[in-house]
Design a binder for this molecule. Structure first.
Ligand code: GLN
Length: 491
């Protein structure tokens, strides 16, 4: 076996079981590649050499003893938003300097219990707020596709470190979180697969909160099968998260390759926006044609409130963020700025002024404003009502169709430093992903093709809540028909 790091997660899982490779060899191959390339890509905030080697050794012992767990010895990366016991956890914010959790998030614990090896913690936009990974206190992440053009490109965000690491073969798969698109959009920018499960499928316990009614963990992977495998081992009921759903996790890997004949796929007319990139529209049409050739029926549908989704999201998410981030005050976590003669209010103010970056401060101010006594009804309450309408739009649509096909993002990867003129330009990245977030639906981005610059573009599939089975069946067929070559295996 020559190129260990370019295997998919499912291939590596099977090779480990057959003892074609040991977890120690595989893990070391990744650590060596990370040590060589992370200086340039900046995909990882922390590389956990010692933990990775110890977990790999344990995995090899289990494999030798015939006690292998389902993902025994499989090396993965963890977004630096998941609390990991005894390992620095930063949310890529200065305010969490030196924060080392005393506990493990449920999702990472589930994966470790399944046998996974942790390679490190990946970079992200500060507190997961952003679409280009440029708000990280630890610096920009580069998209490895930029190497093909000799340009420094963004990987998308906020799970940009995870997406860059997967695309550059610096891990087999990575954990992300998606509040308004942070798994799907970076997957689209990096030519890989990103899956956001139904809200409630994965426990939020131990994930640093951004907007609690939207936050959902999910995998960023090299293909659809790997997303299915990761999902099965991440999800499940957790009494420690009151919004965690108590439903069995479907065995979605077993459904891959199943026929989609007769399934109805909706194309929402409102997503065909004014000024839409012609290449993206063409790719979207191609995706629909391919699903039709695979036996599905293409059905035009309407999601009438789509244009209100982005403004609604940018009220609700900051409102929840302003409340969640109130806890960072210099008392319990990370950074404390306290000068001689300061009272406690001065400490709060100085700590928060020094600890949060500009984008996080902007969100806290917007959130505080829309929740304030005089503006609550006009902004927050109205946004909640519109959220109800968006949920109803999808409910009506899913009476007619099994899944919905849309583009993932309005563009391919752009240069580091672009789209910075005003925050709204950056927020527009999320136009196709936030509606499903507000409705809590499962969504997956599958790499679909390259634009004229030679950069990847993704297509997004959505299904109704808890219907990951349909989502994966359709995604697998779409992936097969598109035959996209990810970086590293590109011809
Ligand atoms: N880009 C969106 C934002 O900035 C989504 C972020 C996310 O999903 N965490 O809020």
């Amino acid at each position: 076996m020559t190129n260990l790091t370019s295997m998919t997660l499912a291939e590596a899982r099977d090779a480990l079981k057959k003892k074609d490779v040991s977890s120690t060899e595989l893990t070391q191959a990744f650590l060596d590649k990370m040590d060589a390339e992370n200086g340039d890509l900046n995909a990882y905030n922390t590389i956990t050499h010692d933990i990775a080697k110890a977990q790999a050794k344990q995995a090899d012992d289990n494999l030798a003893a015939g006690n292998a767990r389902p993902l025994e010895g499989v090396p993965i990366a963890v977004k630096d938003l998941f609390c990991t016991k005894g390992v620095l956890t930063t949310a890529s914010s200065h305010i969490l300097d030196g924060f080392t959790p005393q506990y493990e998030s449920t999702v990472t614990q589930n994966l470790f219990d399944a046998g996974c090896v942790m390679l490190g913690k990946t970079n992200l936009d500060e507190f997961a707020m952003g679409s280009a990974n440029i708000t990280s206190y630890y610096g920009n992440v580069k998209n490895p596709w930029g190497r093909t053009l000799g340009k420094d490109l963004v990987p998308g965000g906020s799970s940009g470190g995870s997406a860059s690491a997967v695309a550059a073969d610096l891990c087999l798969a990575a954990l992300g979180t998606d509040t308004g698109g942070s798994i799907r959009q970076p997957a689209s920018f990096c030519g890989i697969t990103g899956f956001k499960p139904t809200y409630g499928r994965c426990s939020r316990w131990g994930i640093i909160a951004f907007a609690s009614s939207l936050d959902q963990a999910g995998p960023i992977t090299k293909d659809v099968r790997d997303a299915a495998v990761m999902f099965e081992h991440m999800a499940g009921h957790d009494a420690k998260d009151s919004t965690s759903v108590n439903q069995p996790v479907p065995n979605v890997e077993a459904l891959l390759g199943q026929d989609i004949k007769g399934m109805k796929i909706g194309i929402p007319e409102e997503y065909r926006m004014d000024g839409m990139d012609a290449e993206i529209e063409a790719l979207w049409n191609k995706g629909a044609d391919l699903l039709k050739e695979a036996g599905a029926e293409i059905v035009p549908i309407s999601l009438p409130h789509t244009r209100y989704a982005l403004p609604t999201y940018y009220i609700i998410a900051p409102a929840e963020a302003s409340s969640n981030l109130a806890r960072y005050d210099g008392v319990k976590y990370g950074l404390r700025v306290l000068e001689d003669g300061d009272d406690i209010n001065a400490m709060y103010e100085k700590t928060r002024a020094a600890g949060f970056g500009a984008e996080v401060k902007r969100r806290i101010m917007i959130g505080t404003y829309v929740l304030s006594a005089g503006y609550y009804d006009a902004y927050y309450k109205k946004a909640q009502r519109v959220r109800g309408l968006l949920i109803k739009d999808f409910r009506d649509a899913f009476e007619k169709v099994d899944a919905i096909l849309t583009p993932t993002a309005p563009s391919g990867a752009f240069g580091i430093g672009e789209k910075m003129d005003d925050p709204v330009t950056m927020y527009l990245n999320d136009v196709f992903t936030v509606p499903a977030s507000l409705a809590g639906l499962p969504g997956i981005s599958v790499p679909a093709g390259l634009n004229a610059d030679g950069l990847p573009l993704g297509l997004q599939l959505l299904a109704k809540s808890y219907d990951e089975e349909t989502l994966f069946k359709v995604a697998a067929k779409l992936e097969e028909a598109l035959a996209f070559k990810r970086l590293g295996v590109a011809a």
